[in-house]
Ligand binder design. Structure first.
Ligand SMILES: Nc1nc2c(ncn2[C@@H]2O[C@H](COP(=O)(O)OP(=O)(O)OP(=O)(O)O)[C@@H](O)[C@H]2O)c(=O)[nH]1
Ligand SMILES: C[C@H](OP(=O)(O)O)C(=O)O
Length: 210
């Protein structure tokens, strides 16, 4: 199997702008990418493709194949799938809570397609055993899109139910989950910027470190 990570750094993560400046967000997405690549490598995945554009500056010390496409996300990924003939795990770069154990467990599930839903209808990971019999349709309720496409294409599906993997880092409150459950570079960075505010009976909230 191989893995593919779509990656945008320039102007990334606009939804985090209430918490992080543009410069901070662009630095942070690189740290999240490094954590995702690290977990894949520890799980034994050595063929890792990062699908991006030349301006996004994938760090040259990462042991990955850098592929370029100027198309928007869905067209870029579907173009990529046309070139792949082995099982491929598509994992988003904003998934720093992924562990090597998750990757190994997904690999062991004997279905044509493994879908990890993201909160609010997104798709955080797709493990596609037959890339010539599937295409992607991200955004909106992409989880439902991917279930429907699998049915259309006659692919068996396993929905991988995981709190950590359903937590992609989109909005400021997601940063608390990194502080609670994260590891690696993303956690060190977020811990250096924020604290956790106890909120009485409700859950912990992000607070700015002074
Ligand atoms: N190759 C490629 N990857 C993309 C593109 N847009 C987003 N990505 C990647 O797709 C995944 C999901 O991205 P989003 O959560 O939509 O990230 P974003 O566009 O930076 O975030 P917002 O600005 O907050 O919507 C992440 O791995 C991004 O790095 C794109 O145009 N091309
Ligand atoms: C790409 C998109 O990511 P989100 O905007 O939900 O993080 C999706 O999962 O369909």
């Amino acid at each position: 199997m191989r893995a593919m990570i779509p990656y945008k750094k320039q102007h990334a993560k606009s939804r985090l702008s209430p918490a992080l400046s543009l410069e901070e967000r662009e630095h942070f997405v690189e740290l999240m990418l490094r954590d995702v690549v690290g977990s894949l490598q520890v799980a034994g995945v050595s063929d890792i493709d990062v699908l991006t554009t030349p301006k996004n500056g994938v760090p040259s010390d990462l042991d990955v194949n850098i592929l370029f496409s100027e198309h928007e996300l869905n067209n870029a990924i579907n173009g990529y799938l046309d070139t792949v003939s082995e099982p491929v795990l598509i994992i988003m770069a904003d998934m720093p809570l992924v562990t090597p154990g998750h990757i190994k467990e997904m690999k062991s599930i004997e279905k044509d397609l493994i879908i990890v839903p993201g909160k609010g209808g997104g798709t955080n990971v797709l493990f596609i055993r037959n890339p010539d019999s599937f295409y992607v349709k991200y955004y909106d309720s992409s989880f439902l899109n991917h279930c429907r496409i699998a049915e259309e294409m006659g692919q068996s599906v396993h929905v991988y139910d995981s709190f950590l993997l359903s937590t992609d880092i989109d909005e400021p409150h997601d940063l608390v989950e990194i502080m609670l459950h994260g590891h690696g570079l993303s956690k060190s960075y977020i811990d250096s910027k924020f604290g956790m505010k106890d909120n009485g009976k409700s859950r912990v909230k992000l607070s700015l470190c002074q």
